[in-house]
Design a protein around this ligand. Structure first.
Ligand code: UTP
Length: 275
């Protein structure tokens, strides 16, 4: 059973400067909720209530968000505003939160390896909170946990992206098992459109088996001098099995201004429709 969900949140968020100069990008709100809260809600919906963060300098606001704010809560006690905290209070009461720090931001692979001490030796999920996902009937992580229970190997969520955007992603190739499932045979981090094996891009949802930690430890820095999870996953795919899953639902890249605006518009339409 998967119980843990790792949130690497140590990155600098340079695509969103200056907003992210003093504020973690994971705290940027879509409507009235920070990105990271959507991610934790998705994890809880999938049954993952041990929430593990790999944080870094300047990310204290994330810890504070998942804690009680006595002064504020005292101030609004008994007023109509109290119910605005219902969602986050409910989330906090269901989860445990653990934190560790990445000292040097050496890439996503390194951030995941930093999480080893809190994740331990069991399969776990990874959520990149700046990828905001909305499932159709079930959340994307819930869909992936179901698949993990069937395949018992690492699973990555993928989506088709325009060919001229492949260089922003890890891109996979493989053998189709069904409409939505591909057994991965190749993976390239941020390829040029000419080098890309397909236009199937890995998005910020993973389920990883714990052998990935030893593999990352033995993975040399790759693209941009960073330790890439894509390189480690390719080894795992070659030595064992990695499944890529075309998830049902929508994803917004909220690490970019345009994706963030699209997500906000999408959520505002839903909010208005609810009345
Ligand atoms: P991104 O590349 O999207 O995030 O990494 P970034 O580096 O913060 O953003 P930009 O590109 O400069 O705008 C994907 C995820 O991995 C985390 C980030 O916090 C983000 O959630 N990450 C990345 C780390 O935790 N540590 C790292 O060394 C790199």
């Amino acid at each position: 059973m998967i119980k843990k969900c790792l949130f690497p949140v140590a990155g600098y968020g340079t695509r969103f400067l200056p907003a992210t100069k003093a504020m973690p990008k994971e705290i940027l709100p879509v409507l009235d909720k920070p990105l990271v809260q959507y991610g934790v809600e998705e994890a809880v919906e999938a049954g993952l209530k041990d929430i593990c963060f790999v944080t870094g300098r300047g990310k204290r606001a994330i810890e504070d968000h998942f804690d009680v704010s006595y002064e504020l809560e005292h101030q609004i006690e008994g007023t109509g505003k109290e119910r605005m905290l219902d969602g986050i209070r409910n989330l906090i009461s269901q989860c445990t939160f653990s934190y560790t720090r990445q000292i040097n931001m050496r890439g996503l692979g390194d951030a995941i390896l930093t999480g080893r001490t809190i994740v331990g030796d069991s399969p776990f999920a990874v959520v990149l909170a700046d990828d905001l996902c909305f499932g159709e009937t079930a959340g994307v992580l819930a869909q992936m946990v179901k698949l993990y229970n069937q395949f018992r190997c690492s699973i990555v969520a993928i989506e088709e992206v325009p060919h001229d955007q492949v260089s922003s992603y890890g891109v996979i190739d493989g053998e189709a098992l069904s409409d939505r499932l591909i057994r991965v045979t190749d993976m390239v981090e941020k390829p040029s459109p000419e080098e890309a094996p397909s236009n199937l891009a890995i998005i910020g949802r993973y389920i990883l088996t714990p052998d990935i930690f030893d593999i990352i430890e033995n993975t040399e820095p790759g693209k941009n001098g960073e330790v890439q999870i894509t390189d480690a996953l390719l080894r795992q795919a070659k030595e064992g099995c990695v499944i890529a899953y075309k998830f049902e639902g929508r994803r917004f890249d909220c690490g970019s201004v345009s994706g963030f605006v699209d997500a906000t518009n999408y959520c505002f339409e839903k909010y208005k429709a609810k009345g």
